[in-house]
Design a protein around this ligand. Structure first.
Ligand code: SF4
Ligand code: SF4
Length: 434
């Protein structure tokens, strides 16, 4: 198969489990818990008190520096401000709102369908006030990402690869709201003034590709690039290489090679913020896996508990093994279902027992397969071998690992490579701190 970046693999994608079901737009949670930390950077401070009545879209938390506000995703009454379980596994201070089911809208943010007349500072301020962050998982504040790329890039890339198995949230977004995503891309292009704008999609999304081809027919300001399906093509550095042939040097950002990459759902959030005056209060979440009865995509309010979301998809089957935030390759297993969705949550994956391939005494047979698939040119077997030696881990560039999971997926010895490497990275950082 044609490869546009080093390493990687093509796992069974299992996307048909959720991609054929209609997008569920009617789901309403009974209550939401809005975490004050949903982005990389400083946490927000609550702006409301217990007993307050809030409107949908009202700002309920904000802060200084690298920080964007968070908003009520339903209208109703604030019933608690307390730590609640976050997908990171930590308990994070959250504003808990009982949903009155009325969706009474807050009108502080105003629509700007004539955005072409707006200057850069105004556009960036609108994107910040709406709380837009990267929707692909990293959750970096989008206004800051745009600001730091001003005048530095020639290529703007739309990441619509969605290369993780099982997840179809971006696929269904492109199929249901293509015009809105394209408008969001044009807003970001107005800010960053690239000479080339590329919408990159993998070739396992044929319905979305057909729709986008029609929408972009005759368009001169952007191109649709259909890439052969390969994991982890949606990772920033691999996608840049696949689209431009440029390699981002170790430890550097895409701007080092004059590129900026935003996820398709982030562009949609930018469109809603600028053209509709709407804050980030909802996103599409794929609820899927062999251990959920009725897999589907749900238009989900931020702050919904996994339990309510899974119940909306028919509930768990008896043979559930684990529930994961994200995909099977890079996701995080959750301890309980009180965890709530945040802006970066694209999937709640419910895996059945037959997927459990953990071994009691895993051993390395030195087959070298992990080296062949590592897209970062690392040697995972040595990252495992020297797991308790920070100096050796550093020598083998452990900090370059992006935790894509290719090595663990391909390892015949079933070594817990990713978990061990994650712990190894912490040890190297701790040692550096000392
Ligand atoms: S793939 Fe697994 S068994 Fe093979 S060399 Fe790598 S760690 Fe060892
Ligand atoms: S070492 Fe890290 S980057 Fe390389 S395959 Fe394993 S998880 Fe991916």
């Amino acid at each position: 198969m044609k490869r546009l970046f080093w390493g990687g693999l093509h796992p069974a994608d299992r996307k048909s489990l959720s991609s054929s079901a209609q997008l569920d737009t009617d789901f309403q949670p009974k209550a939401v818990a809005i975490p004050m930390q949903q982005h990389i950077g400083a946490p927000c401070t609550p702006l409301v008190q217990v007993g307050d009545t809030v409107k949908m879209g009202q700002k309920v938390g904000d802060g200084q520096g690298l920080c964007v506000p968070v908003h009520a995703s339903v209208s109703g009454k604030v019933i608690a401000i307390e730590p609640r379980r976050h997908p990171s596994g930590r308990d994070i201070l959250s504003v808990v709102i009982e949903n009155d089911g009325l969706d009474t809208p807050d009108t502080t943010l105003v629509p700007h369908p004539d955005y072409a007349k707006l200057d850069t500072d105004t556009l960036l301020a609108i994107i910040r006030e709406a709380g837009v962050v990267g929707h692909g998982g990293a959750a970096f504040p989008s206004n800051m990402k745009a600001l730091t790329n001003l005048g530095k890039i020639d290529t703007l890339i739309v990441n619509a690869c969605e290369c993780e198995p099982y997840i179809t949230a971006d696929d269904i977004l492109l199929r249901t709201s293509p015009a809105e995503v394209l408008e969001g891309i044009r807003i970001v292009a107005q800010l960053l003034t690239p000479t080339r704008t590329v919408l990159a999609v993998e070739d396992n999304k044929q319905e979305a590709i057909a729709i986008l081809r029609e929408k972009l027919s005759g368009a001169k300001d952007m191109e649709l690039l259909v890439l052969p399906t390969r994991y982890p093509q949606g990772a920033e550095k691999q996608l840049i290489q696949a689209v431009t042939g440029r390699q981002v040097p170790s430890g550097q950002l895409p701007s080092a090679v004059h590129c900026a990459v935003f996820n398709a759902a982030t562009y949609y959030a930018v469109y809603r913020a600028v053209c509709l005056g709407k804050a980030v209060t909802e996103r599409i979440v794929t609820v899927t896996g062999e251990a959920v009865r009725s897999p589907r995509n749900v238009l989900c309010r931020i702050g919904t508990s996994y339990q309510e979301l899974i119940d909306a998809a028919g509930g768990l089957t008896e043979d559930v093994w684990k529930v994961v935030c994200g995909g099977p390759m890079m996701g995080f297993a959750q301890e309980n279902l009180e965890t709530v969705t945040i802006k970066g949550t694209n999937s709640v994956l419910c895996l059945a027992q037959f997927r459990n391939q953990e071994k009691e005494n895993p051993i390395c047979i030195r087959c070298g397969r992990c080296v062949q698939v590592c897209p970062m040119h690392l040697q995972p077997l040595y990252l495992y071998r020297y797991r308790n030696n920070p100096a050796e881990l550093k020598r083998y560039h452990v900090l370059d690992c992006m935790e894509c999971g290719c090595c663990a997926y391909t390892c015949p010895g079933k070594l817990p490579l990713v978990e061990t490497i994650r712990q190894g990275k912490s040890k190297v950082r701790e040692a550096a701190g000392k």
